[in-house]
Write a protein that binds this ligand. Structure first.
Ligand SMILES: [Zn+2]
Length: 93
């Protein structure tokens, strides 16, 4: 719902712990056909207490449009992420 005073989306309270949600720009990551895609600066409500995140339906739709836009994805800058192999023999259980 939209806050009538500020004109901004009101994320209400956290569904998990009832703390008022704070407006933040977050990163969301998706795996599409085995490729990791990161969408940056997504407006979302974040719970300052437990970290729960909510995105409004409109923003969610926008994000879906972005990640379905293969041309846009092809042109997007690449980032490198650490890829670590899990090796059971290294573990000291
Ligand atoms: Zn919470």
């Amino acid at each position: 719902m939209i806050n009538t005073k500020t004109g901004e989306y009101d994320y209400g309270e956290c569904e998990v712990c009832d703390t008022p949600m704070v407006r933040r720009l977050i990163k969301q990551d998706f795996y599409i056909c085995g490729e990791l895609i990161v969408v940056e600066d997504v407006p979302a409500g974040v719970c300052p207490h437990c970290g729960e995140k909510v995105v409004s339906a409109d923003i969610g739709k926008g994000v879906l449009e972005l990640i379905n836009n293969s041309e846009r994805i092809a042109k997007a800058p690449r980032i490198s992420v650490p890829a670590i192999k899990f090796d059971l023999e290294e573990m000291a259980f």
